[in-house]
Every structure is written in C-alpha cells, then in structure tokens.
Ligand binder design. Sequence first.
Ligand code: ZN
Length: 165
Amino acid sequence: MGVPSGEIVARPMVARACGCEQEFQHYAVDKYRAQRLAKFQKTRCSACVAKLNEEQRLAAAALPSKGEAFQQLPTGAQVTMTRRPDGNWAGTLIAGGTTVEAVADGPQGLAVSLARLWVSARGAKPAAAAKPAAVAKPASAAKPAAAAKPASPTTGAAKPAPKSG
Ligand SMILES: [Zn+2]
C-alpha cells in the first residue's frame, strides 16, 4: 500500500529543504508521488541532517557545565524566580549588565538554565574566563628597571680595594 513499484521512469533533480538538489525517483506505479515529492522537498537530505545533528551535539557540548556556569557569574549576580500558576518557574538573572530570562519546571533547573544562558549571552568561554591571572605578569617586568638606578660610577671605582687583603 503506497509503496511505489515498477521501473524508475524519471530522475529529476529536486531541491530539498536544506537547499541541496537531490535525485527524486519517479516510479512507473506511484499513487502517492505528489505526497512523496512534497515530503522530499520539505525535508533535508541525509548529509545535511547528519550535519545538523552534529552541530546541535557540538552546541550542547559547548555549553558550560552546571558548576562552570555558576562560577562564571560575577559578584552581585541576582536571580529572581517566580512560581507560575501552571507550576513552572520563571526566572530572571541579572549580572554584569546582562539580563537573561528562562522558564523551567523547577527552581534548580531554572537556576542552571539561567546561568548557562547568561554565560552564552556573554559569549564567555570557560578557558578565557579562567585566566585573569595572566594580567599580573607585565607588572613584575617593570621592577628590574628600578633596581638598575642605584648603580653609579663612584661605587665602581671603590671596588678594587679588597684586592690587597
Ligand atoms: Zn542538504
């Protein structure tokens, strides 16, 4: 029922939802060719489906973990949570001038969502945020210059004296 049969009578190239053109096979006997064609045009090709899945997997992996997200929130971060009539929780997180909103079925999940949203809204990468210590380095480099000052030609002249002893 509905399965096309017979010879393939035509193989037109048809653009799919992803924009790729793919061969659509016309069978000699195919009551549902129009429906099959419509579905073909509304869906992505398998290569793009795989690519999309991979992108979504990477995007999910790029999100900071619960602990990382909370650690990146600055001092003064404020979270407001409100239980709604439908039992869900709506929340707002304000930190560092960035405000994010989210809805979740519980306060714990909501706090995590808000923290992650905030981190991704700021575009902060976990690695970059963890390295503020590097800024301190240039300051120590300035010290040797100050130490060089006391040196004067007169102290150098006095040195040969210990030789006689
Ligand atoms: Zn495609």
